[in-house]
Design a protein around this ligand. Structure first.
Ligand SMILES: NC(=O)c1ccc[n+]([C@@H]2O[C@H](COP(=O)([O-])OP(=O)(O)OC[C@H]3O[C@@H](n4cnc5c(N)ncnc54)[C@H](O)[C@@H]3O)[C@@H](O)[C@H]2O)c1
Length: 247
């Protein structure tokens, strides 16, 4: 299989899109250190996937969790071939109502966590010519209302990814971004809080549905992590049913 004997870190890997990615990487022969704040979801994951998964309970905004995840990948699986920075927590409010704690939540779990995990993983990825997949958002690219803290952090992640793609290319490390659209617990909560915005989002999807984390988004992440994408770096791939046009 295409990811045989390869080991990956997936942040937020215990539910939503992260769970879909964890399952998909394992189905392609890989092993996963799933880092998540949700211990119950982590226990369910371990029961389902056994020794192909190592669950690390931790908050991605803590830089020590990033170094611990890399250490665990080496201790349990003996290598690190890829990093998926998927976790991101945020609150939706009009930008004039956003408080310091709201900006802090989005930037610490989104931008800073992505940066810290990339820094922690760099040396190991340089030894395996590994790959990083970070997460963007169509809501950020289109400037969706109530998403200022989230959108700013997401576009910061894309800028960081492009620079890292250039700086780390001599070491053989590729860095790409996936911008997904998929039904997850996070989207369910948002759809209940913002039903009009949710209905408008669905209406704008050319393929006329929200994606499935495992079947529609995870294969794109697995592709970018695999050698099939060996000539791609610094790119944003839209796994969003055709919603966002980047031209
Ligand atoms: N679902 C979509 O349609 C959509 C659209 C655009 C972008 N995205 C992006 O895709 C990624 C995954 O989205 P999702 O919808 O699956 O999210 P989700 O909120 O449903 O799941 C996120 C996972 O991350 C974990 N998590 C949250 N905060 C954490 C923290 N501080 N430390 C460790 N783990 C933490 C949660 O426990 C959960 O398992 C995110 O980066 C999100 O911004 C999603």
């Amino acid at each position: 299989m295409r990811l045989d004997n390869e080991a990956f870190i997936v942040t937020g890997g215990a539910s939503g899109i992260g769970l879909g990615i964890t399952r998909r990487l394992i189905s392609e022969g890989g092993r996963v250190v799933a880092v998540d704040i949700d211990e119950d979801a982590g226990d369910r994951l371990t029961s389902e996937l056994g020794d192909k998964i190592h669950f690390l309970r931790g908050d991605v905004s803590d830089a020590q969790v990033a170094t611990a995840a890399v250490s665990e990948a080496l201790r349990v699986f003996g290598r690190l071939n890829g990093l998926v920075n998927n976790a991101h927590a945020s609150r939706q409010k009009p930008l004039l109502e956003l408080e310091k704690a709201d900006w802090q939540l989005s930037f610490s779990t989104g931008f800073e966590a992505t940066l810290n995990f990339m820094k922690a993983a760099h040396d190991e990825l340089a030894t395996t010519a590994g790959s990083v997949v970070n997460f963007g958002s169509g809501a950020a690219m289109s400037g969706q209302s109530n998403q200022a803290a989230y959108a700013a952090a997401k576009e910061a992640i894309r800028g960081l990814s492009r620079v890292a793609a250039n700086e780390w290319s001599p070491e053989g490390i590729r860095v790409n971004v996936v911008s997904p659209l998929a039904m997850t617990p996070g989207v369910e909560a948002w759809s209940q809080a913002q039903p009009d915005q949710y209905a408008q989002t669905v209406a704008n999807v050319p393929l006329a549905r929200f994606g499935d984390p495992e079947v529609d988004v995870a294969p794109v992440v697995a592709f970018l992590l695999s050698s099939d994408a060996r000539y791609m770096t610094g790119q944003t791939l839209m796994a969003d049913g055709g919603t966002q046009k980047l031209y």
